[in-house]
Design a protein around this ligand. Sequence first.
Ligand code: 2RA
Length: 338
Amino acid sequence: KKVDVAVLGATSLVGEAILEHLSERDFPLGKLYLLSPSLSVGEEISIAGRDIVVQDAEQFDFTQVRIALFAAGAEAAAHYAAKAAAAGCVVIDSSPQFRTDAAVPLVVAEVNPDSIADYLPRKLIASPNAATIHLLKALKPIYDAAGISRINVVSFQSVSGSGKEAINELADQTRAIFNLSETENNVYPKRIAFNLLPQIGAFLDNGYTVEEMKMVNETQRVLADESVAINPTTVRVPVFYGHAQAVHIETRNSISAATARDLLKNTPGVTVIDEREDGSFPTPLDAAAQNDVLVGRIRADISHPNGLNMWIVADNVRAGTALNCVNIAEIFIEKYLK
Ligand code: 2RA
């Protein structure tokens, strides 16, 4: 069966990556409508041999599609989700808007696909933050095999996580520095070029940032397990694509690094690069434009009997956010679309 689909935010970084997946995969795509809540209306996009003009989302009749993939941020999601649902369309939203809404399932396709069944109250399915998606794709096999009691994680997140303006900010600042001119920062509170910023999202009362608490809450929600303690520090780094994470976990039962490595090698969507020789580890450059989560540096923690360390990297836009939305859509079509 072919399914008619709309993509809201078709010209955003995530929207563009969703369109790439739709044209590259064996997705049962019927009619495709490209929508924008703002400036890019009228732009023509070529996808899978079709030229499609981006329409004004405000004028769009959502009864024309069965599924809408939302890649336009939280404000647009809040504005259009109820309208789409009233038209009988099921929305898969990549933004934070509905991730904490108990009536909306929060899904990582490889981790809790059965939660998609709970889409009905609001005709909505939410996709987590990219860093949470990568973390859970890599940790799920270990969680299933040995249990996880605690996750200590430091993330190194590329500027594409903040959208196209942030990519331009890093490029402009880098150019300015080489030209010995003044740099400007508009997206970030301090210069990102040749620097590291240990703040992603606003600060909260507990001293953590919004991005850090997203990792905590979304991880527990997707695993449906509040007993997993999570301690994150999220850092913005001057990299264009690819979020990396230094992950230190404590398992409930002991599991050797070799067993964990074997489990990860046999996990779909995960690629292990971990030969313990020079250069045998994944980097953001290796992950850019790839679909898999790359894992390396798997080793026993010398400071804790049940500790295990690893380094995970994935293309936050393509492998994280966009692919998860498309994977959810495929499962939804296969199992739930009537
Ligand atoms: C970020 N993970 O990198 C988030 C995506 N918005 O900022």
